[in-house]
Design a protein around this ligand. Structure first.
Ligand SMILES: Cc1cc2nc3c(=O)[nH]c(=O)nc-3n(C[C@H](O)[C@H](O)[C@H](O)COP(=O)(O)OP(=O)(O)OC[C@H]3O[C@@H](n4cnc5c(N)ncnc54)[C@H](O)[C@@H]3O)c2cc1C
Length: 212
């Protein structure tokens, strides 16, 4: 049976990770990237490389943990440079209430004292009295991770065509995407209609707030 073909638009971390997942599942994949080289214009090239879903959870929605927590194992399996030795969240003593608020909005951490901070991160010795330690979190070097994914993809026969821009207009002309857009729109309308008046107002205020 012929394998389905997929074109992934963009060789940032999202595009490369999707391409690899699809290739691992047996699909024929090709990536197009408007930049001339890996990382050219990509947000992923500038990222910090923290795989920190429980830290992120303090300021974001629960899906960040639902999807982010398993991503640590995903990276560890595919990129040997993945380091899983936790994250520290520190604050000056005057900001202790902010640290407590941060802690109240998330989970999977331990409170640690100055001595433990110095053991975990000697460069911070003597600078903070208390911190939050998230032992399950990880980090990686984003540029090395991207290069490693590209190499794995290359070995699987997935080509990246650099210097090719796919106009979004073209994508939405495609019948599969057009029908997906209709289905997504229907789902969204259904979700919005099921909201209570208060919840709808709460979300609207949040959206207006995020738009400054
Ligand atoms: C300073 C900084 C620090 C960060 N730190 C972290 C962190 O510690 N942990 C974390 O999880 N996240 C972090 N992030 C966020 C993270 O970098 C982004 O969420 C992630 O890189 C987004 O990846 P992406 O593949 O969606 O986008 P990008 O990396 O921007 O990739 C998109 C690619 O698509 C290409 N492209 C776009 N449109 C087209 C088109 N029409 N045709 C062809 N090519 C196209 C672009 O050229 C680009 O290369 C950080 C971001 C920044 C800026």
């Amino acid at each position: 049976m012929a394998r389905s073909s997929v074109i992934v638009v963009g060789a940032g971390v999202a595009g490369l990770a999707c391409a690899l997942e699809l290739a691992e599942r047996g699909l024929a994949v090709e990536i197009v990237e408007r930049g001339r080289a890996l990382g050219d214009g990509a947000c992923s090239w500038m990222a910090g490389g923290m795989l920190a879903p429980w830290c992120e959870r303090a300021t974001t929605e629960p899906e960040v943990v639902t999807w982010g927590a398993p991503s640590i194992a995903w990276w560890a399996e595919r990129f040997p440079g993945t380091v899983q030795n936790g994250s520290l969240v520190v604050a000056q003593s005057r900001d202790a209430p902010d640290l407590a608020r941060f802690a109240s909005r998330t989970e999977r951490f331990e409170w640690v004292d100055a001595e433990r901070i110095a053991t975990l991160e000697p460069d911070l010795a003597g600078r903070f009295r208390r911190a939050l330690f998230f032992p399950d979190e990880a980090h990686l070097d984003p540029r090395r991770a991207l290069a490693s994914l590209v190499e794995t993809l290359r070995r699987r026969g997935v080509a990246i065509r650099f210097g090719v821009e796919l106009a979004l207009r073209t994508l939405f002309d495609h019948p599969t995407l057009a029908s997906m857009a209709v289905a997504i729109e229907e789902q969204l309308i259904e979700e919005i209609e099921s909201l209570s008046e208060e919840e709808a107002e709460r979300r609207l205020t949040a959206i207006q707030g995020s738009q400054g």
